[in-house]
Design a protein around this ligand. Structure first.
Ligand SMILES: Cc1cc2nc3c(=O)[nH]c(=O)nc-3n(C[C@H](O)[C@H](O)[C@H](O)COP(=O)(O)OP(=O)(O)OC[C@H]3O[C@@H](n4cnc5c(N)ncnc54)[C@H](O)[C@@H]3O)c2cc1C
Length: 404
């Protein structure tokens, strides 16, 4: 089967790339083999490789651009258990029990990430944060109160707070909102570089630029042909190729969107006291967080645009709109962008990712960590794939599996 289409995944100047640091990878010069080949050097591939190494497997990873050069460094990296689809809406779409499992799994993924960052001692600006979810044109304050009750009922760390408490936490005037504990923020490029560094230290071999072009499965393994002519063979292959899907990975139920983000200059004195992650139940929505050096990162304005030229032509207008909304919400902060960027982003009908064997394949896994929770879904993928490879049944595998 042939390889994936190449997209211009992001443009502009993401804050996280300002340091200029890179992950060293070597060119592939001969055929190689390992227990598992991971295709994709972003956060999903890095988390999967880490989990497979933990299970004692040997790992080769490749990336056609270079490691940590895809969508990951464009991420604004709010780690939330709140999925793009509110719990009540998700319950309606897939049933109460499955919606509860999806939320529990997402909450556990934030904990898993926190654990890996601590165990591998990765300095990536990881901070535990609360999330404040504000009313908007999709859910008003009453809707948010019902959502908070539904979440609390299944043990999630969310509660409804009245306007004065929201203002005390965020300085934003609102009728009320949901406050959720158990969330976090980090620098996605430093996290992912740290994961690859730790993988290399445990014997992983990483090669770039190397493009997977063809994939062939046999009963006992998989062979990946590369554009440069070498072959990689393994018992298993994992395609964590972000928003560039291999042709055997069905797109059904998923869409690629464009999104925009900006970061201000440091302004520690003007930030909201809780430093909570903030987002709105609105379409288009605004979300924001702070950074350890006191910047505000704000983003949103998503549109169904899959063409990078059209996306980039809108950047100036979109960044202006994000700055204007930020200023309207927080009149005392500077909303001038010091960094601004755009990227592709995914959306699925349910807000859930698809992770598992693509139809008809038994030795390959694909990770479609779509949505505003792409990083936490990468952690879910790491656990699901680790368990499948070592022969353990994960109780939630069916929730994320490809429909055959
Ligand atoms: C502006 C923005 C804000 C976001 N905010 C958040 C957020 O707040 N919280 C959150 O959790 N998520 C967020 N996301 C989503 C999250 O960042 C992404 O889902 C995640 O980074 C995707 O990681 P990945 O490893 O799957 O993809 P990528 O980082 O794109 O990595 C995939 C890699 O695969 C390589 N590749 C593709 N095809 C091939 C091939 N055939 N051969 C070899 N290599 C190949 C590519 O070169 C690429 O480097 C945001 C995304 C954007 C753009």
């Amino acid at each position: 089967m042939a390889g994936a289409a190449k997209r211009d995944l992001r443009s502009g100047a993401p804050l996280w790339l300002a340091s200029g640091r890179q992950t060293p990878a070597i060119p592939l010069e001969r055929n190689e083999s390992a227990d598992v080949v991971v295709v994709g050097g972003g956060v999903s591939g890095a988390l999967v490789a880490d989990a497979l190494l933990q299970a004692g497997l040997t790992v080769i990873a490749i990336d056609r651009r270079g490691f940590v050069k895809g969508s990951t460094p464009a991420s604004t990296a709010l780690l939330q258990f709140e999925i793009d689809e509110p719990l009540l809406a998700l319950s309606e779409a897939i049933g109460d029990a499955d919606a509860a499992r999806a939320y529990w799994r997402s909450a556990a993924a934030v904990g898993y990430l926190s654990g890996r960052v601590a165990d591998l001692d990765i300095p990536c600006g990881f901070y535990d944060r609360e999330t404040v979810y504000l009313p908007g044109n999709e859910l008003d304050a009453r809707g948010l109160a019902q959502e908070a009750t539904a979440r609390a009922r299944i043990g999630l760390r969310s509660r409804y707070a009245e306007g004065p408490e929201i203002e005390a936490l965020t300085r934003i005037k609102a009728e009320g909102g949901i406050v959720s504990a158990g969330c976090a923020e980090l620098d996605p490029a430093r996290l992912t570089r740290g994961l690859w560094r730790a993988a290399l230290a445990r014997g992983a071999r990483i090669f770039a630029p190397v493009e997977a072009t063809e994939v062939e499965e046999s009963r006992s393994g998989v062979t990946i042909a590369t554009k440069s002519g070498q072959e990689l063979s393994a018992k298993w292959a994992v395609f964590a190729t972000g928003y560039e899907l291999m042709p055997f990975v069905p797109m059904e139920g998923h869409r690629v969107l464009s999104t925009w983000a900006m970061a201000t200059e440091p302004q520690k004195d003007r930030l909201w006291p809780s430093r909570a992650l903030v987002w709105e139940a609105a379409d288009p929505y605004l979300y924001m967080r702070t950074t350890p050096d006191g910047r505000i990162i704000a983003g949103g304005e998503d549109e169904e645009i899959e063409d990078d030229d059209r996306r980039d032509a809108l950047t100036a207008k979109k960044i202006k709109a994000i700055g204007k909304k930020l200023k309207a919400m927080l009149p005392d902060v500077s909303a001038e962008p010091a960094y601004s960027w755009s990227g592709f982003f995914g959306e699925s009908d349910t807000g859930l990712p698809t992770i598992g064997h693509p139809p008809g394949m038994k030795r390959c896994f694909a990770v479609m960590g779509y949505g505003g929770n792409g990083i936490t879904f990468g952690a879910v993928a790491a656990q699901l794939i680790q368990r499948a490879v070592i022969g353990l049944k994960d109780p939630d595998a069916d929730l994320f599996a490809f429909k055959s």
